[in-house]
Design a protein around this ligand. Structure first.
Ligand SMILES: O=C(O)C1=C[C@@H](OP(=O)(O)O)[C@@H](O)[C@H](O)C1
Ligand SMILES: C=C(OP(=O)(O)O)C(=O)O
Length: 427
């Protein structure tokens, strides 16, 4: 299937509630399944990745019901889970696969996880190695680097671990295994990554501390059910923000967007690029949230690297597109993690934006973009990667001709109605 988009001098005006945060939605299901009691989740993301997480826990015997964006999880804790008779299908979701590895390592039964073609190429040893140090029994292709992965539940012991990559998925998998491990686990994070797991562990009653990049958690703690309000996903909002910035006469308000400081790198970047936007923080329960209003802006190039990268890692395809419309040079560095996402996002972004006439070049750990350049219509590939699909759709707003996106269905991984919502803002 392809999606054909043809816009003529579009302006975007109006208000949109972007769908729920993907990272928080996954964790709400996982924590609800691990806790004893009834957990209600509001504002859940009905994207394919989070639905994969639900389907995995249902196979473990956890009762999960869905009514619109509300999810109810009824569980008697991990002890009540049963050995699944089927393979757990993690679909396209790295977060599901990696966090579940941590959760499943400390059970008393056997499980096998596998996902789609993209998941089969994503590195798992970054998780498997520390979990093995804790005593986990995990087998997989190439000594556990690739799915399918088989986990035989084992008794775990705490570790003292310094993270070699800034990855919330690695940190979270260790923390979730640490709940079952004997002793106190200590994780040192040289560069901070998103902290939704730490926040939610506290919310579900665990005692966890963080000081100067050192996180400590004692094993043997039981979680108790708690309700979760999921704010809108800033990684999804980023595409609407980008669309408003690069089109003429646009003003778009995004309501209830999660603004956890470990996720707001995109706002720092657009500010540096000269964007006009306002942020109004909301008084909400749970994670921080705000209404964000963005207007058409004249952008300038910027430099992005270092500690900023984990705070905007999923927004880089969109930032690259913005850079093609900005005056001057944009340099993105220290982002080699992009090469092991749903696809190699450095190669894919450079290939696709080049087809539209952008002046963009790949480096080992990022890209260099000179702007502004006009963009032409083109046939674009999503590579089955939702972020690439959405980047192409936003690029279509600026294209001088038709943009035809191949395999656009992957967008439903994180933003099922993205194109519908974008078009609803057209004036
Ligand atoms: O923990 C999470 O929910 C996520 C962490 C990030 O991955 P890494 O941990 O690999 O950086 C991010 O890219 C992904 O979309 C979601
Ligand atoms: C990298 C992503 O997700 P995951 O790792 O969960 O597949 C993403 O959503 O951009």
């Amino acid at each position: 299937m392809t999606l054909k988009l043809n816009y003529e001098n579009p302006s975007l005006r109006g208000t949109v509630q972007v769908p729920g945060d993907k990272s928080i939605s996954h964790r709400a299901i996982m924590f609800g399944a691990m806790a004893s009691g009834v957990t209600k989740v509001e504002g859940f993301l009905l994207g394919d990745d989070c639905l994969s997480t639900i389907s995995c826990f249902r196979k473990l015997g956890v009762e999960i019901s869905l009514t619109g964006k509300q999810v109810t999880i009824s569980s008697q804790g991990k002890e009540a889970w049963k050995e699944p008779e089927e393979v757990l299908d993690t679909g396209n979701s790295g977060t599901t696969t990696r966090l579940m590895l941590g959760i499943l390592s400390g059970t008393s039964f056997h499980t096998v996880m596998a996902g789609d073609e993209s998941i089969a190429k994503r590195p798992m040893k970054r998780i498997v190695n520390p979990l093995r140090e804790m005593g986990a029994d995990i087998r997989g292709r190439q000594d556990g680097q690739y799915t399918p992965l088989a986990v035989q539940g084992a008794r775990l012991t705490a570790i003292d671990y310094t993270m070699p990559v800034a990855s919330a998925q690695v940190k979270s998998a260790i923390l979730l295994a640490a709940l079952e491990a004997e002793g106190k686990t200590v994780i040192t994070e040289p560069v901070s990554s998103r902290d939704h797991t730490e926040i939610m562990l506290k919310h579900f009653g665990a005692d966890i501390t963080r000081q100067n990049g050192v996180i400590e958690l004692k094993g043997g703690q039981k979680l108790s059910a708690a309700n979760v309000q999921v704010p809108g996903d800033i990684s999804s909002a980023a595409f609407m923000i980008g669309a408003a910035l690069i089109t003429e006469n646009s003003e778009v308000t995004l309501t209830n967007v999660g603004v956890n400081p470990t996720r707001t790198g995109i706002l720092d970047v657009i500010e540096n690029m000269g964007a006009s936007y306002d942020l109004k923080e909301l008084e909400v329960e749970g994670e921080r949230a705000a209404n964000i209003t963005v207007r058409s802006s004249k952008l300038t190039g910027t430099e992005i690297g270092g500690e900023l990268i984990p705070r905007l890692i999923d927004e880089i395809p969109l930032i690259a597109l913005l850079a093609t419309q900005a005056e001057g040079t944009t340099v993105i560095k220290d982002a080699e993690e992009l090469r092991v996402k749903e696809t190699d996002r450095i190669a894919a972004v450079v290939a696709e934006l080049s087809k539209m006439g952008a002046d963009i070049e790949a480096t080992e750990d990022g890209m260099i973009i000179n702007g502004p350049t006009p963009l032409n219509g083109a046939e674009m590939n999503s590579y089955g990667d939702h972020r690439l699909g959405m980047m192409a759709a936003v690029a279509a707003l600026k294209a001088g001709g038709q943009v035809e996106i191949h395999d656009p269905d992957c967008i439903s991984v994180s933003y099922p109605d993205f194109v519908g919502q974008l078009n609803s803002l057209l004036k």
